[in-house]
Design a protein around this ligand. Sequence first.
Ligand SMILES: NC(=O)c1ccc[n+]([C@@H]2O[C@H](COP(=O)([O-])OP(=O)(O)OC[C@H]3O[C@@H](n4cnc5c(N)ncnc54)[C@H](OP(=O)(O)O)[C@@H]3O)[C@@H](O)[C@H]2O)c1
Length: 246
Amino acid sequence: MPTGRTCVVTGASRGIGRGIAVELGHSGANVVVNYRSSEGPAHEVVDAIEDAGGRAIACRANVSKYDAVAGMSDRIHDAFGQVDVLVNNAGITIDRTFENMTPAEWKSVVAVNLTGVFNCTHCLFEDLRRADNGRLINISSVVGQQGNYGQANYATTKSGLFGFTRTLALEMADSGSTANCVAPGFVKTDMLETVPGHVKEHLQDRIPLDRFAEVEDITGIVRFLASPESRYMTGQILGVNGGMEW
Ligand SMILES: NC(=O)c1ccc[n+]([C@@H]2O[C@H](COP(=O)([O-])OP(=O)(O)OC[C@H]3O[C@@H](n4cnc5c(N)ncnc54)[C@H](OP(=O)(O)O)[C@@H]3O)[C@@H](O)[C@H]2O)c1
């Protein structure tokens, strides 16, 4: 990763986003650590990057709110100027069988996981097109490929990212910038902690590599996609799931 590329990682206070932010920061990027409410953890991520000699800022913004994202975009431009890489990672689950799912539970997940991706990409689209090797990286899920019991809202948003990514790849191609999707399997974060133990056992039975992913199993792939080395790869969905079929 060339030093000084500016990378925005949404939902970077915890879990996969935190890992991606630290990985990119340690690779020489300027990193924007976006978060919704975990201010202390977000600043710890900034410290971890700065302690290793990198540059980072924490930026609070609820990605589901367009005005908040537009404000974040202004703060990023003031701090670092041009953005080169956007990693749309922020995501939530509200699990319920479909017959019990309320309209509010549906809308909340769509608001963060899909509309949040629209908002961030829309506010930074010109940056990504203008950048030398601009990169749009969307974090989807194996659940978007397979569906999952009790996750109609979440699975729909994660599948939606496939069409979004492929379309943006077409609309960015004339600028030389790319759009790709990473679809992790089940990763050991707070999100996986919300899954009941017996369901986790059943999930693990479906993973040929017979373990859940560590955050570090995902971050190196994102570092590669964020770098100029991935320049001829666009519109792709990279499954990083221990060999799960779909
Ligand atoms: N864990 C898995 O098994 C797994 C598997 C496949 C894909 N994924 C995907 O990977 C991404 C990260 O998942 P994770 O497991 O790391 O989740 P996590 O540990 O629950 O962390 C979620 C992160 O997203 C942020 N966030 C949530 N809502 C937000 C909003 N409205 N605006 C801005 N930030 C928001 C949180 O910020 P605060 O700390 O401020 O709340 C936090 O930093 C998600 O898109 C998820 O769907 C996860």
